[in-house]
Design a protein around this ligand. Sequence first.
Ligand code: MN
Length: 195
Amino acid sequence: MADRRLDDYDRKRRGSRTDEPAGRSGSGSGAAPRFVTQRHDASSLHFDLRLEIDGVLVSWAVPKGPSVDPSDKRLAHRTEDHPLDYADYEGRIEEGYGAGTVIVWDTGTYENLTESDGEPVEADEALERGHLKVDLHGDKLTGAFALTHTTMGGDEANWMLVKVDDHGADRRRRPTSTQNESVLSGRTNADLEAK
Ligand code: MN
């Protein structure tokens, strides 16, 4: 299904040597929406956080990766929406946009916890308002995270990602430096580089 929301996704990859999924939106499974955090070793290493919202993966590149310490604020740069199929993508992008290796660092379902004046706010509406609170049911990431649009740095794409202080918070654990393997395949980015 052609989808204008994935035009940016397709345009950026035109002429690239890549085995990434085609830019098709989906309808989801009807079950709880998915999230994925991919470890992307490109021109600079970063983590891509993606949330399934309305048939696409709404995406942010997090240069330092998500932290489970509530006192850490992590810059999250909003990037183009990705197709749902991308949630399972691992591979090596030979050349062009995003050239490098991608693994599924963490994935699972999530629950939208966003509220305004005690009333639940739908995820697409929360995105537009610039504040989203999601409860991640992952392997490395669990509990609530807040994503807040910020005008810091004068860049419209800048958001902040902060762990909410709950059962999934941990001030000592550093999963982005100590757990580098894929939750799907057990592979690391280096394994893909060497293939
Ligand atoms: Mn990326």
